[in-house]
Write a protein that binds this ligand. Structure first.
Ligand code: 4NP
Length: 159
């Protein structure tokens, strides 16, 4: 199989999806899995902005520097370039279904559907909350990242 690629999409691309990107990069590296990982937002308010300072601190507390990440808006082309597009919540999933072009090949899924027992859940937006919300986000996206690594390893074994 060619190298799989994974795109995480939230609203602003400064809180949840950058943390999901960081978590999957870390989990894939631990597993020795070579994959392409990126993140984007359905909104355009934070294009070219670094992640929210609280998200940066949360990642750093796990030894990961995400200060060089920059916000970008998802495009129709992303559905042709990526193998998997994961929406961080149901609102973003709805918007992604609208943006998806008819020739898009990416598999579009709700992220927490990857985590047994959390199917149908969104990752709560921590933007309007306090620092503790970012720890919850990290926990959710790390569980999902581990599940993604497991499923990609399973695909790898059968191809
Ligand atoms: P994110 O959080 O979608 O997890 O990046 C948000 C960041 C910014 C805004 C909303 C959510 N905003 O409205 O600017």
């Amino acid at each position: 199989m060619s190298q799989p690629s994974v795109l995480f999409v939230c609203l602003g691309n400064i809180c949840r999806s950058p943390l999901a990107e960081a978590a999957l990069r870390a989990e894939a590296e631990k597993a020795g899995l070579a994959i392409i990982v990126d993140s984007a937002g359905t909104g355009d308010w934070h294009v070219d902005c670094p992640p929210d300072a609280r998200a940066q601190r949360q990642a750093l507390s796990h030894g990961i520097d995400i200060s060089h990440y920059r916000g970008r808006q998802v495009t129709a082309q992303d559905f042709r370039r990526f193998t998997y597009v994961y929406a961080l919540d149901a609102d973003n999933l709805r918007n992604l279904r609208r943006i998806r072009p008819s020739d898009g090949t990416a598999e579009l899924r709700l992220l927490m559907d990857m985590v047994p027992g959390r199917e149908g859940n969104g990752v709560t937006d921590p933007y309007y909350g306090d620092e503790a919300g970012f720890a919850v986000t990290w926990d959710d996206v790390t569980r999902a990242a581990r599940a993604i690594v497991g499923s990609l390893q399973a695909v790898d074994r059968t191809s």
